[in-house]
Write a protein that binds this ligand. Structure first.
Ligand SMILES: [Zn+2]
Ligand SMILES: [Zn+2]
Ligand SMILES: [Zn+2]
Ligand SMILES: [Zn+2]
Ligand SMILES: [Zn+2]
Length: 338
């Protein structure tokens, strides 16, 4: 190299050094991690900006809003189980996946409307029970669910504490009633059930009707005490319904032409018009004794077990509007026809 050339090169280097000492900085904007920096000389001023972290979403980690740098991991969705009406849903971001399964409807019952087995939501109305009312023979039971809604009704004879024997042929009872000529005297006869028959009828005095049968009950009452002998005797009978005392009396009618009593019996949901008549006679006095024979003929529904016949003490006054349970029945003999 020529000496001149070397000198020139050194001059240039000196010039360059001098220029550097006095250049204008070319500042580049600060970034998240670098302060403002001169692009010529690398000098910096101020501070780096620092990242502006945006909180993580379910499927992206924390991310710098400025430079896009990330840190950590995406947490993933926080899936909540599907409900009947909502699909699986992220508790954090609300994103869903899949389908809502819909309600799992269970049929309505007597007491509950249609109900979702999963969430308990209901729709419509309970069906309500299906039952006929209780009567004296059958409780009210729902035909759908079998629940007993009401017990059997209590027979009036039980309600009013009236004591009825089932009729028993051949058995003898003391029967007290007043004397005929002087009611201040009473007599006690021996009452025996001498006949109890059940028959469809004879087509003559005992009319035959489908679903009915005649009950024939005969009492023979022997009066042989002194009061009966001296003052006569005055027996009194009654006919009652074991189950429904009022219905029997309230529907009672007497037909003078036929001589028949008629009355209603309601048996297992059906109403029956029933007929009845009475025959009675005295044998006449013989050897200080007289026998009164009394026969009830009563046409009743087949199998009906609620008819009661009774022998009453006639000294117990029976006012027109009174029922048997209004009276003093301490002397009454009640016989229930089974
Ligand atoms: Zn610079
Ligand atoms: Zn950044
Ligand atoms: Zn999510
Ligand atoms: Zn549901
Ligand atoms: Zn029911």
């Amino acid at each position: 190299m020529k000496k001149q050339t070397i000198i020139l090169a050194m001059l240039l280097a000196l010039l360059l050094l001098a220029a550097c000492g006095q250049h204008e900085h070319q500042w580049e904007d600060a970034t998240c991690t670098e302060p403002e920096t001169c692009s010529v000389c690398g000098e910096t001023r101020g501070e780096a900006l620092g990242h502006r972290w945006r909180s993580a979403g379910c499927d992206e980690p924390e991310t710098c809003a400025r430079c896009g740098e990330t840190r950590g991991e995406a947490p993933g969705h926080d899936w909540q189980d599907a409900t009947c009406t909502e699909p699986e849903t992220c508790a954090r971001c609300g994103e869903t996946r899949g389908e809502a399964p819909g309600h799992d409807w269970q049929d309505a019952t007597c007491t509950e409307p249609e109900t979702c087995a999963r969430c308990g939501e209901t729709r419509g109305e309970a069906l309500g029970h299906e039952a006929v009312p209780a009567d004296y023979w059958t409780a009210s039971v729902c035909s759908r669910c079998g629940e007993e809604l009401a017990p059997k009704l209590t027979p009036d004879f039980v309600t009013y504490g009236l004591d009825a024997h089932f009729i028993e042929q051949g058995k003898t009872y003391d029967y007290k009633t007043r004397c005929y000529e002087d009611e201040s005297y009473s007599t006690v006869g021996k009452a025996t059930v001498t006949r109890y028959d059940v028959t469809p009828g004879d087509g003559e005095t005992l009319e035959i009707r489908d679903g009915y049968s005649w009950r024939i009950v005969t009492f023979e009452v022997v009066f042989d005490d002194d009061n009966a002998y001296n003052f006569g005797m005055s027996p009194s009978i009654t006919r009652e319904d074991y189950y429904d005392i009022r219905r029997h009396d309230d529907t009672l009618d007497y037909d003078e032409e036929t001589g028949l009593d008629s009355f209603d019996v309601v048996y297992k949901g059906e109403t029956y018009r029933c007929y009845s008549f009475l025959e009675n006679d005295y044998a006449g006095w013989s050897d200080h004794s007289n026998t009164w024979t009394c026969t009830f003929y009563i046409q009743l529904p087949d199998d009906y077990d609620g008819m009661v016949v009774g022998l009453r003490n006639r000294s117990i006054v029976w006012p027109d509007d009174a029922y048997i349970f209004d009276l003093d029945n301490s002397d009454t003999l009640f016989f229930r026809l089974n």
